[in-house]
Write a protein of this length. Sequence first.
Length: 161
Amino acid sequence: MHLSRRTVSILTVIIAVILLFLLSVFMFSQRPIEQAREETTSLINIEYPVEDTSDFYWLTTPDETYFSLEFTTTDDKQMYGIVARDSGETVYYDYNELITNDDALAITVNDLDPLEVQQARLGLVENEPVWEVTYTDKESRMGYYYISAKDGSWIQTISNL
């Protein structure tokens, strides 16, 4: 089958339009996350001059939504800031006070031996810092594993979702 130059050009334009549309949908869907990250950084910057940000986490619990930021101050101090979305109340932890995202993922793998671990998010539960780790078990059911961000101890498991 031989396609004419005109047909190839039309198909190329159609594919380009579809790709641009998909890209714009993706960019639009990411805007709330970027806006939350920018606002969280601005709030934290009031108390600690933020030089650089590493990771941003968005955790929603039954009681509150938290935005957490791992950041470095202008005097090279690594910290975590956890901001309550509704009140703006912020708590801070030195980087060494909490276990890392990678530690939380490794603890979950060690404790549960899941099929897959998707992500960990930092927030507060009952005013204590926690990592909520999302995982898929061997029966392909989703679950949440909550561990203390201070010492890595188990707090709660929500499974069979």
